[in-house]
Design a protein around this ligand. Sequence first.
Ligand code: AMP
Ligand code: MN
Ligand code: MN
Ligand code: MN
Length: 274
Amino acid sequence: MYDLHSHSLCSDGALSPQAVVLRAKDRGVTTLALTDHDTLAGYDEALEAAADCGIELVSGIEFSCLWSGMGVHVVGLNFELDSISIQKAVMAQQEVRLKRAELIAAKLSKAGVQDALTGARKFAGAGTIGRPHFAQMLIERGHVATMNMAFKRYLGAGKPGDVKQMWPSIGEAVDWIVAAGGVAVLAHPDKYKLTRTKLGRLLAEFREGGGQSMEVISGRQQTVTTRHLSQTASKYELYASCGSDFHVPGQPWQELGAFGELPEGCQPVWQLWQ
Ligand code: AMP
Ligand code: MN
Ligand code: MN
Ligand code: MN
């Protein structure tokens, strides 16, 4: 049972890397990738936990990047953890995240939310800061009641906190992963709300640039979505990946190991490293 997309408190997840590994093991996952946003900070701890409890851990990361002016996510799998390429990429992305957080705070201040950075930092702790931490701050201060509302009003597409122009291109993110000997996977293609034509263009360009795989399954999803994405993967000759995109306990649609099997006819991404 492969779960190749998950988060810890090193980015916007709620559990420690060790707790994510143990929870995955408890839920029947046999091979896990921890794919924190733009950081590898959880890997030492996760590797130790994985060795202790007997689960296979594949290296992983989720890079934020841009395609056609849109924010998209590329997951890197099974790369060399100590590769210079990936280490440099992580440093560059961390810098972008910090600058972006300052810009988000400046924009939120114009929207009536003062000192947003201090508030968001508190929730990010030692992990990489992201919009979910701003969302937690907005809830804490009573600006909104839920994460969803925070994104709808302040942080989602077209809102003040939607700052994405600083991210690298999708081609750069793919290059980093490939240079580190890994597999580049387009994350959750269904989340971008693209027309079939536009998704086709994204996938064709992604593959042209060295991307080899796309997520056919991202958490609990409708059968019709799985079928469509599996056909799409075949059409663009991409290997199929699957993962929960786990962040916090209590969200059954994004729970470790809790998703359907890849349909027949898919080429599972792990064929590339087995
Ligand atoms: P960032 O990486 O800072 O751009 O933040 C993106 C993250 O925010 C995603 O990885 C999700 O974990 C989270 N997210 C995006 N949209 C929503 C939403 N509508 N409600 C809750 N969390 C969201
Ligand atoms: Mn996230
Ligand atoms: Mn993502
Ligand atoms: Mn994710």
